[in-house]
Design a protein around this ligand. Structure first.
Ligand code: NAD
Length: 483
């Protein structure tokens, strides 16, 4: 407690102002690399959510009353400010989430800025249509902003996933209340300030930090919210869907994954293993589309296991700020415990940890990159999302067997296929139950392509024009030319 007064204190951002939480309570934000406190963060309450919703409702008229091109211009300025402040945001994201600085600089920040510029370009291109119905009538459609949006964001890519929601919602003329994950709130607050600096009117983008069970719940239950866009776990997603039913809020859910990466015997095995390793170990495996099941055909199974284990063992796990670090800590002690528990579950089920499986050091939430061989399709490590650096390598016989195993979980977010046979890759891509299929590559995302899945992977799609549909309501207008 004695160190707490020196920690920076972060208030809520409501109606363009930094406000202390109604309850006066702050939580201690922890650096996952050191386990030391880095900041005190406002614990928002239902009363704070009320304030933010009122501000966002009032700002709706202002924001969608602007010329569409002016909204675009503000978004371009926002992107420029994010770019100008990218080193500060990178450092903050790395500190808060334990991500290697180099990875945030190379991947997260460019994607964040690209997302804002992409949707800035959309702002004045959200057109309706004139639809020919019958003589004597002018019938046309317009697309109106859906209204006030609650964006509930997870901790694995706080900046990037946050911006996947903020940028299209703003382009469509919506106003937002963003609730970052309680353990990674810092960059969202800074983004909110930069948006104000870019000229976003007060109340258009509000940031309410705090617990999911308090702030998240209050947002989902609030009658003044028109749409909830959520990325997170399937359990919370299910609760949001039920809560949103009360006043039929629109929802988009991006949930978990247990994505399969299929390596056929005729594939370039070295390239496949290289991509499979980054597919599961990038961001310490805390990626919804992580290729956590690596399916290798019988003829190359041993080679894949051996080469993947060698790659895993060569990953430099350590201080996120060090330039040569390729894997940082997991985000929290809870997440570390979950992952280590799954390692034990896998061993008990008969999987063999050919490398890894242990915590690294005694401080910071570091876990070794782990490769499980001898994994059966029915095992829990093959069926359940671990959300950590644990690869399960599963053997398959032929194409039908590979597709059966790949499609045999509750998830359907993404998949990969590796083969030199052009006919086979298209055939298998068609048969895979997945929102995204990568062929002879793994893990790329681009805001121009739809992103999401079905089943336990969620509902609806983000990115591209799908996000424009998510944040607008079509209206049909019928005018009689003669009375
Ligand atoms: P989580 O579901 O625990 O939390 C996500 C967000 O929901 C947080 O902001 C949290 O505070 C909030 N929340 C928690 N309880 C809530 C409630 N009752 N009502 C409203 N909001 C609530 O998930 P997490 O642990 O932060 O993230 C990991 C999960 O997210 C994994 O399952 C992962 O697969 C998934 N994920 C999916 C994608 C995707 O695009 N599909 C991307 C990243 C993460």
């Amino acid at each position: 407690m004695s160190t707490q007064p020196q920690l920076p204190r972060h208030d809520l951002l409501i109606d363009g102002k930094r406000l202390p939480p109604g309850t006066g309570e702050y939580s201690t934000d922890i650096n996952p690399a050191t386990e030391l406190p880095i900041a005190l963060v406002a614990q928002g309450s239902a009363a704070d959510v009320d304030l933010a919703v009122s501000a966002a409702r009032a700002a709706l008229k202002v924001w969608c009353g602007l010329r569409a091109a002016e909204r675009g211009r503000i978004l371009y300025r926002f992107a420029d400010l994010l770019e100008a402040n990218q080193e500060e945001l990178t450092a903050l994201e790395s500190l808060d989430a334990g991500k290697p600085l180099a990875a945030v600089r190379r991947q997260d920040m460019p994607a964040v800025i690209d997302t804002v510029r992409y949707y800035a370009g959309w702002a004045d291109k959200i057109n309706g249509q004139v639809v020919p119905t019958r003589p004597g009538a002018l019938t046309y459609t317009v697309r109106e902003p859906v209204g006030v949006v609650a964006a509930i964001v997870p901790w694995n890519f706080p900046l990037m996933i946050g911006m996947w929601k903020i940028a299209p919602a703003l382009a469509c003329g919506c106003t937002l209340i963003v609730k970052p994950a309680e353990i990674t709130p810092l960059t969202a607050l800074r983004v909110g300030e930069l948006a104000l600096q870019a000229g976003l009117p007060p109340g258009v983008l509000n940031i309410v930090t705090g617990k999911g069970s308090v702030v998240g719940n209050a947002l989902v239950a609030h009658p003044g919210i028109d749409k909830v866009t959520f990325t997170g776990s399937p359990g919370v997603g299910r609760g949001i869907m039920q809560g949103a039913a009360a006043n039929f809020k629109r929802i988009t859910l991006e949930l978990g994954g247990k994505s399969a990466n299929l390596i056929f015997a005729d594939a370039n095995v070295d390239a496949a293993v290289r991509a499979a390793a980054s597919g599961i170990f990038f961001n310490a495996g805390q990626v919804c589309s992580a290729g956590s099941r690596i399916l290798a055909q019988r003829e190359v199974y041993d080679e894949v296991v051996e080469k993947l284990a060698a790659r895993a063992a060569s990953i430099r796990v350590g201080d996120p700020a060090a330039p040569d670090t390729t894997m940082g800590p997991l985000v929290s002690s809870t997440q570390m415990k979950t992952v280590l528990d799954y390692v034990e579950i896998g061993k008990r089920e008969g999987a063999i940890a050919v490398t890894g499986g242990e915590r690294v050091g005694g401080k910071g939430y570091y876990v070794q990159p782990t490769v499980f061989a001898n994994v059966g399709h029915e095992m829990r490590v093959s069926q359940e999302e671990i959300f950590g650096p644990v690869a399960s390598v599963i053997r398959f016989e032929d194409e039908a067997d590979a597709v059966r195993i790949a499609n045999g979980t509750a998830f359907s977010l993404a998949a990969g296929v590796w083969s030199a046979d052009i006919g086979r890759v298209h055939q298998v891509a068609a048969e895979l139950k997945a929102g995204t299929v990568w062929i002879n590559t793994y893990g790329h995302t681009d805001v121009r392509l739809p992103w999401g899945g079905a089943g336990d992977s969620g509902l609806g799609r983000e990115h591209g024009d799908a996000a424009i549909d998510n944040f607008t309501e079509p209206k049909a207008i019928w005018l009689s030319l003669r009375q």
